[in-house]
Write a protein that binds this ligand. Structure first.
Ligand code: PEP
Length: 266
């Protein structure tokens, strides 16, 4: 009987996680194109409350896209940031600057930042802490490369990324953190983890969060899947019990595809 009650509570709290779908536009879209894309998405999703919808344009388009999103339920996110709030860091953008233009989310530790800009788990941890200190919600990206996948190292890699990336965080603040599991071999390649493969790693991530923090944090934290999510595979991925939406790259550059993906999370 006790077991049954626990299971019911678990299902209720699993359902209580609101899906979150974020579009990572990467280094794409002129100001004019960004206005067009955000405006088209807004027509369908302005009033969407069942899914948190986040648009992450490049820095140059953050302000105009933010203006378009004003008054809607959609929110603005950045693709990276520095950990300091000001200073001699040529080319960087600070958490305070992102707050200044009403950004609510920031992607941290995307595999492209790890690979091309050598962001270590230690740097990522500083950024996560700085984002939270500025009331930004970090989307922490974790995931293994093709080689690590082939070598059966997925769990070891993801465990380290979580342990070091989230080191020193208080359990109370964890409600503002989102995790994105993005197998690097699936990003922009057209290869997607099968729903079962993705679910297995998401469950592993949730277990690790329970060990690193508490069961309550693990049950409430939202874990997105990212890696070649398209309108034709989104529904099956999002229907897995531990997948709470997606971080979308290529398909987020087309309004119709992105809207269909958000609808698949409903
Ligand atoms: C990404 O870069 O976060 C991503 C998931 O890209 P894509 O959807 O194009 O694989």
């Amino acid at each position: 009987m006790v077991q049954k009650t626990n299971r019911i509570q678990e299902v209720v709290s699993v359902r209580a996680r609101k899906p979150i779908v974020a579009g990572n536009w990467k280094m794409n879209k002129s100001i004019e194109e960004a206005i067009d894309l955000a405006s088209s998405i807004k027509i369908d999703l302005a009033t969407c409350v069942a899914v948190d919808v986040v648009l992450c344009p490049p820095f140059t388009a953050l302000k105009v896209v933010g203006d378009i999103l004003t008054g809607t339920h959609m929110q603005l996110g950045a693709q990276t940031m520095h950990w300091e709030n000001s200073g001699a860091y040529t080319g960087e953008i600070s958490p305070g600057m992102l707050r200044d233009i009403f950004c609510h989310y920031v992607i941290i530790g995307h595999s492209e930042r790890r690979a091309y800009f050598h962001e270590s788990n230690k740097v990522i941890n500083r950024k996560i802490k700085a984002a939270l200190a500025s009331a930004l919600r970090p989307i922490l990206c974790v995931g293994e490369t093709h080689e690590e996948h082939e070598d059966g190292k997925t769990e070891a890699i993801v465990r380290t990324q979580l342990k070091q990336g989230l080191a020193g965080l208080d359990e109370d603040i964890m409600q503002n953190v989102i995790i994105a599991y993005e197998p690097v071999w699936a990003i922009g390649t057209g290869l997607t983890a099968t729903p079962e493969q993705a679910q297995q790693v998401h469950a592993f991530i949730r277990d690790n969060i329970a060990s690193q923090f508490t069961d309550a944090v693990a049950k409430s934290i939202r874990i997105q899947y990212g890696g070649s999510v398209k309108p034709n595979n989104a529904r099956e991925l999002f229907s897995q019990p531990d997948i709470d939406g997606g971080l979308i790259g290529g398909a987020a550059l087309d309004a119709r595809s992105f809207i269909e993906i958000v609808n698949a999370a409903l």
